[in-house]
Design a protein around this ligand. Structure first.
Ligand code: EPU
Length: 422
């Protein structure tokens, strides 16, 4: 019998106090598979205890690695890895399972990984990953729902990405450190987790320069070694907590964060009239819930992140006026809007643009999360709404937010995670 959970939020309570952000999910899901390349034990610290990480642990164990995970610290011993074909039941549960393609191909010369799953937020093609790997001499075919790779003429090369795709940049970096010769990735993604992966690879002895800019240079084929590495704080969780604090009102300090990763969001919150103050690794948000409307356009880093489009749209439902949101990264990231409308929001969606007319209040009701960040948007709405909001499909939220109910409760929110039996 499947256990289903809901998040029950009683809105209208301000948030106050300090809360520590967890380690980055999207950094973790790249760095954990990358650790297999060391051929020796690695220790990775500050990992978030989220479902995507749990699935990766299962997948690594299935491949033959020894993995222990406690209090955010993971010990990975890859010396027993003998398999290169993770099963469909695990791979389909997350997007990042395809990071195992370059890793396992680097170790075994071939791999078979079921096509990736992940959130339903529009088409998520992987042509740039296939292009990156094939430019490095690795043939990748789709066979019966799986990506099947074979290193045919592995060698460094110049890889030009048509768009700065995070996934394609990660996969090409992972392959490039394993193939002999020099690789240049042009038009690379610049997200903080790309820089974190590059730093982790560097800590294992790889030569990776330029991460965080459009051009990444890699000298491949070096022998790598074990490493002890601490991953960056989660940019999107930090942003979600900032938006939640603005939504609920009050005075919240987020600790353990990297404020420079948050500049696009901080600028928008300041424009809305929310107090944002950075100091070292702390971000303080003070809000009286009286907010001006703003226009937001999602872009690749350092632009406004698409993963925070849904939460800020929820916040803007109660701003005093009209806001225009333009989603440029994904074609279908507005599924949650229907749920916000059920709570009384006034939002029109035309293609990739959402026009949000602020309303005086939202009303709590049962709603359903359609993906991870849609879930975050519904939490933000629930904190602002009058009455009770009950969010179902908590499994999506658990994929990427570590104990979000507990964290919000500690700040004074009335949030409960309720187990239901189906
Ligand atoms: N794209 C292509 N071809 C490709 C790759 C991408 O056309 O080969 C397009 C996609 O269709 C999409 C855009 O480029 O429109 C961005 O895709 P990207 O490859 O950059 O995204 P991703 O690697 O699939 C990661 C994050 C997402 C985040 C995006 C954008 C991970 C595991 N996932 O996805 O995170 O939205 O980058 O920043 O790192 C989330 O955490 O909620 C999440 C969805």
């Amino acid at each position: 019998m499947a256990i289903e959970e809901t998040l029950r939020i009683e809105g209208g309570y301000p948030l106050n106090g300090e809360i520590e952000v967890s380690g980055g999910k999207n950094a973790a899901v790249a760095i954990i598979p990358a650790s297999l390349l060391a051929g020796e034990p690695c220790v990775i610290e500050n990992l978030p205890d989220v479902d995507d990480v749990a699935v990766l642990i299962e997948m690594l164990r299935w491949l033959g690695a020894k993995v222990e995970f406690q209090n955010g610290i993971m010990n990975i011993d890859p010396r027993g890895v003998t398999r290169c074909n993770p099963p469909y039941e695990l791979a389909r549960r997350m997007r990042a399972s395809y990071y195992l393609i370059p890793v396992l191909t680097g170790l075994f010369g071939h791999a078979e990984v079921p096509l990736p799953g992940g959130d339903d937020i529009g088409a998520r093609p992987i042509d740039q990953t296939i292009k990156g790997l094939s430019t490095l001499g690795v043939k990748v075919d789709t066979v019966r729902g799986a990506l099947v790779s074979e290193a045919q003429t592995p060698a460094g090369a110049e890889v030009y990405l048509d768009m700065p795709s995070v996934g394609a940049t990660v996969n090409t970096m992972l392959m490039a450190v394993m193939v002999p010769g020099n690789t240049t990735i042009v038009n690379a993604a610049k997200e903080p987790h790309i820089v974190d992966l590059a730093n982790f690879l560097g800590s294992m002895g790889a030569y990776v320069k330029g991460a965080g800019t459009d051009v990444i240079r890699i000298r491949g084929g070096r022998k790598l070694h074990g490493s002890n590495y601490t991953i960056i704080p989660d940019q999107i969780e930090t942003g979600t907590l900032m938006i939640a604090a603005a939504a609920a009102g009050g005075d919240v300090t987020i600790t353990g964060a990297i404020p420079t990763h948050m500049e696009a969001l901080s600028a928008k919150l300041l424009e809305m009239g929310v107090y944002v103050h950075d100091e070292d690794d702390r971000i303080r948000i003070r809000s009286n819930r009286k907010m001006r409307p703003v226009n937001v356009k999602t872009q690749v880093y350092p632009g406004y992140p698409t993963d925070l489009q849904q939460p800020i749209t929820a916040l803007l439902t109660m701003a005093r006026g009209s806001s225009v949101i333009t989603e440029t990264i994904y074609e279908a990231r507005y599924k949650y809007v229907e749920e916000l409308r059920r709570m009384g929001a006034n939002i029109r969606v035309i293609d990739r643009v959402a026009i949000v007319d602020g309303v005086g209040s939202l009303t709590g009701c049962p709603v359903t999360a359609s993906d991870l960040r849609a879930g975050a948007a519904l939490i933000v709405a629930g904190l602002m709404a009058e009455g009770i909001t009950e969010i179902s499909n908590v499994k999506y939220i658990a994929r990427g937010y570590e104990r979000i109910d507990e964290k919000l409760r500690r700040l004074g929110a009335h949030v409960e995670r309720i187990r239901l039996k189906e």
